[in-house]
Design a protein. Structure first.
Length: 140
């Protein structure tokens, strides 16, 4: 009989809980992406906004955010302070790394260790066309 790994169970439970929180907050949806191949990728704005990712591609994975301009364009009724949450579950045997696209700043920790979940709140800091800016802040 296979044993249940409590660390994995907790992290997956956290991801599901965060998805439900997003729905409760009235964001309307949570986009789930399962990545099982490759070592790097760039998310589209639609994939990243209220996205929940599970990475099990191998040893490590690096995800680059879309540009701030693409994120601002994809948000509804966007203004400074508009925000959304990205949640990642890292089922790889190595570290997951979040890399900022043009106009996006990842403030603080940009990694998730093996078998853990991490969330970032993305906040629009400039919604002006041609000067869009977004900051991603890791959540506790």
């Amino acid at each position: 009989m296979a044993r249940i790994n409590p660390t994995t169970l907790l992290a997956e439970g956290q991801v599901l809980g965060m998805m439900l929180d997003m729905l409760d907050q009235g964001t309307g949806s949570a986009a789930y992406q399962s990545v099982t191949t490759g070592t790097t990728g760039t998310a589209t704005a639609a994939q990243l906004i209220n996205g929940v990712y599970s990475f099990s591609a191998g040893t490590t994975y690096g995800l680059t955010t879309p540009t701030a301009a693409a994120l601002v364009a994809a948000l509804i009724n966007v203004e400074v302070g508009t925000s959304f949450i990205l949640t990642v579950y890292n089922a790889n045997s190595g570290t997951f790394t979040l890399t900022a696209g043009s106009g996006v700043t990842v403030a603080g920790l940009n990694t998730a260790a093996t078998g853990t979940a991490r969330s970032w709140r993305f906040v629009v800091t400039n919604a002006t066309s041609g000067a869009e800016a977004v900051v991603a802040v890791p959540m506790a």
